[in-house]
Design a protein around this ligand. Structure first.
Ligand code: DGY
Length: 323
């Protein structure tokens, strides 16, 4: 029996590539160079399963591929705002993602950013490496405690809840959140999380605001100039969600004018470009989209794509269908 052909757009962990090769005819991307829009489009014409990742833009033009041989897009990553789902549906394509397996890892990174920016860890590291450290003294590089502070979550899905768990049980933080679809009361009890009716209410009250909403049209520049103005002057903004949730110009202005105390960012609008203004600021921690970047998690994400493909080609409903 001929095996379905799978095209993978970027290099995956070796263990997952090996598994994939056992079951499918596979075209890997060993050079790991990003594919151009034309290459992505052409790929849809020569495989049954197309496996992009969150940095490939699978827009309506790419999905207009002719001929179209692909039947399923098994995306590697939980976010799917890089795929035009309406266009995919219109072409009869099934789309899957990789939820759950990266929840803890991403929540860990939100905590990392919170601690780093509040305790000035990036700045301190640069200080030591640059040979500027002259020794311990009572007023040197004072930061802010995170223990016992108020953590405001925008969005209360899986990653936000895992962050709330770590922050509440590990650091005694009070959890408040806004989510248009709040979870059942028993979920809230676990972290004593309190819902707030609006995003604005969360911004006014929180010492740390952590973004956990999906990217896309509905949340584009949700954190704009007016909303950033509502945050406490000693508060910190953490973004492990999507870059386009924050208006970068408004954020630079808020940081420059001391409207907020600092920001810890893992994602950027138009990444991998990072605004030069942010790069020059000491009260900002900048990471290169590392939310799910542990070996265990990246292997688990690949295995989840594989599971979705396996189910689909066995004639069953894939576990993580988003379209
Ligand atoms: C995702 O999966 O959506 C992340 O942004 C990358 O792990």
């Amino acid at each position: 029996m001929t095996k379905p052909k799978v095209i993978v757009t970027r290099k995956w962990p070796a263990q997952v590539e090996a598994e994939l090769l056992k079951e499918f005819e596979v075209e890997l991307n060993q050079s790991d160079q990003p594919m151009t829009a034309a290459e992505l489009k052409a790929a849809l014409g020569r495989c049954e399963a197309f496996c992009p990742t969150v940095s490939d833009s699978i827009n309506a033009d790419v999905l207009a591929a002719e001929p179209l041989r692909a039947k399923i897009i098994g995306s590697y990553g939980v976010g799917f705002n890089h795929i035009d789902l309406d266009a995919a549906k219109a072409r009869g394509l099934v789309v899957t993602n990789t939820p759950e397996v990266l929840t803890d890892c991403t929540a860990d990174l939100a905590m990392t950013l919170m601690l780093m920016v509040a305790r000035r860890a990036g700045e301190g590291e640069r200080h030591v490496r640059n040979g500027q450290w002259t020794g311990w003294r009572p007023t040197h590089m004072l930061g802010t405690k995170i223990t016992g502070k108020v953590l405001g979550l925008i969005g209360f899905g899986r990653i936000a809840r895992a962050t709330a768990h770590k922050a509440h049980h590990g650091f005694g933080m009070k959890i408040i959140f806004n989510d248009p679809f709040p979870p059942p009361a028993e979920v809230l009890r676990e972290t004593q999380a309190e819902a707030r009716p609006t995003v604005e209410d969360v911004l006014r009250e929180a010492d740390f605001v952590s973004l956990h909403c999906p990217g896309g049209k509905e949340t584009h520049h949700l954190l704009n100039q007016a909303r950033l103005q509502l945050m406490k002057s000693g508060a910190f903004l953490i973004n492990t969600a999507r870059g386009d949730v924050v208006d970068p110009a408004a954020l630079v202005e808020a940081l420059r004018k001391g409207v907020i105390a600092g920001a810890g960012l893992d994602v950027y609008e138009g990444e991998p470009r990072v605004p030069a203004d942010l790069v020059g600021m000491e009260n900002v921690v900048l990471l290169p989209h590392l939310g799910s970047a542990s070996t265990e998690t990246r292997v688990a994400m690949g295995m989840r794509v594989l599971e979705n493909l396996r189910l689909y080609f066995a004639g069953k409903e894939p576990r993580d269908r988003v379209a």
